[in-house]
Design a protein around this ligand. Structure first.
Ligand SMILES: [Mg+2]
Length: 382
């Protein structure tokens, strides 16, 4: 069960329809996957969230400290990587590299022990999960309003109970699109908004006051991720639940969010914040502060499946007999790397995902497409 090889892959693909949000345009998708192979040939897959080339370098940095280790000892391996990078990477890319390696290790643990990751995390407390649709990005289409309405119809027709849109283009545009999508989705599909830290406290509060009556599910990253005071004041002064945390790393980052009473919903990205090993600790911390967790997810079925297993194991908080199923984020934007390269064992049926029973994370990688999209590959793809 010793780790023999660690191979990162950077994959890229141009998009048919570029899109944008409050911070930048997406004209292509780029990801870093990692394949870890044991001495007996068993392999597992992981993924890091963030700039793919930099994550690859991080994985290369950690490689010599991980090769030769027992794959079942995930906490021991995690600690070595953490201490090797702590002085230079208390947050950021190093942690996405740790996360990618950690996800592959959990995938391997499951395969070696012939158990799904959710069972290894402690058991499936939530066998059914409700994904919410992340979409409604902006494009340069002259028919954007109609396009967004069609997208809303698609989510309704496919049984989604909640969907998230982007805001952060300025108050006037935000109000236009929020009203448009609220009307298109109706009362049966919850609408959440996400500004990707586009606003200061006063701007965010002004937007909140104008849409509080619309029963918004949450306002995600309303202010700058370092503006803990702004988060806290906003949360005190609006009835809209506040979400955030996709820019936080480790339990220490979430401790700051919780201590400062910034959020109702914490959103660690499992492929960036430290992998399943660390997000399990973040879940314990969130429980101690009585906060909900709905993980952030933006990647392939590897990262999404990690979120499914994690949420399948997540404690109900505070817990009662009748509760809605917990949620995960399901990015519905165009992503050929997700849909061609990774093959999940989960299905979204009528807006529900059942936690898979297959060993490991339950995701296969189509190596033909891996080769097609790999832009920095080994000689085996030459
Ligand atoms: Mg977000």
């Amino acid at each position: 069960m010793k780790i023999k090889d660690i191979q990162p892959y950077v994959l890229s693909q141009d998009l048919e329809t570029p899109f944008f949000f409050s911070q930048w345009h997406y004209a292509s998708r780029k990801i870093c996957l990692v394949k870890i192979t044991l001495e007996d040939g068993t392999y597992g897959w992981g993924e890091g969230y963030g700039p793919a080339d930099m994550i690859k370098q991080g994985i290369e940095f950690f490689k010599p400290f991980v090769i030769g280790e027992n794959v079942l000892e995930n906490e021991k391996i995690w600690q070595v990587m953490y201490l090797r990078s702590l002085d230079f990477g208390r947050s950021g890319i190093f942690n996405a590299a740790i996360s990618a390696i950690d996800l592959a290790i959990w995938d391997l643990k499951g395969k070696v022990l012939n158990q799904p990751v959710s069972v290894l995390l402690g058991g499936v407390k939530n066998p059914v999960i409700h994904p919410y649709a992340t979409g409604f990005y902006f494009t340069d289409s002259p028919t954007l309003d109609e396009d967004l309405k069609r997208e809303a119809e698609y989510y309704k027709a496919n049984g989604f109970r909640a969907a998230k849109m982007k805001v952060g283009l300025g108050l006037e545009k935000d109000l236009h699109y929020v009203h448009l999508l609220k009307e298109a989705l109706g009362d049966d599909v919850k609408l959440m908004i996400d500004s990707n830290h586009a606003y200061n406290y006063r701007e965010a509060l002004e937007l909140c006051k104008k849409i509080e009556h619309l029963n918004i599910g949450w306002f995600e990253e309303p202010v700058h991720p370092e503006d803990y005071k702004g988060y806290q004041k906003l949360r005190e002064n609006t009835t809209i639940p506040i979400a955030g945390g996709e820019c936080e790393y480790h339990k220490h980052g979430f401790k700051r969010l919780f201590e400062n009473e910034c959020v109702d919903i914490a959103q660690p990205d499992i492929a960036a914040t430290g992998g399943l090993t660390e997000v399990k600790r973040i879940a314990a911390l969130a429980s101690a502060y009585h906060k909900d967790i709905v993980p952030h997810s933006w990647g392939t079925w590897i990262a999404i499946s990690a979120a499914v297993h994690f949420v399948g194991n997540l404690d109900k908080n505070p817990g009662r007999m009748y509760m809605d199923a917990p949620m995960i984020e399901l990015d519905r934007t165009e992503n050929p790397l997700r849909d061609d390269v990774t093959v999940p064992s989960i299905e979204v049926v009528n807006g529900e995902i059942k936690v898979p029973q297959t060993p490991g994370l339950g995701v296969d990688v189509n190596e033909e497409f891996l080769e097609k999209y790999a832009i920095d590959s080994r000689t085996e793809f030459a």
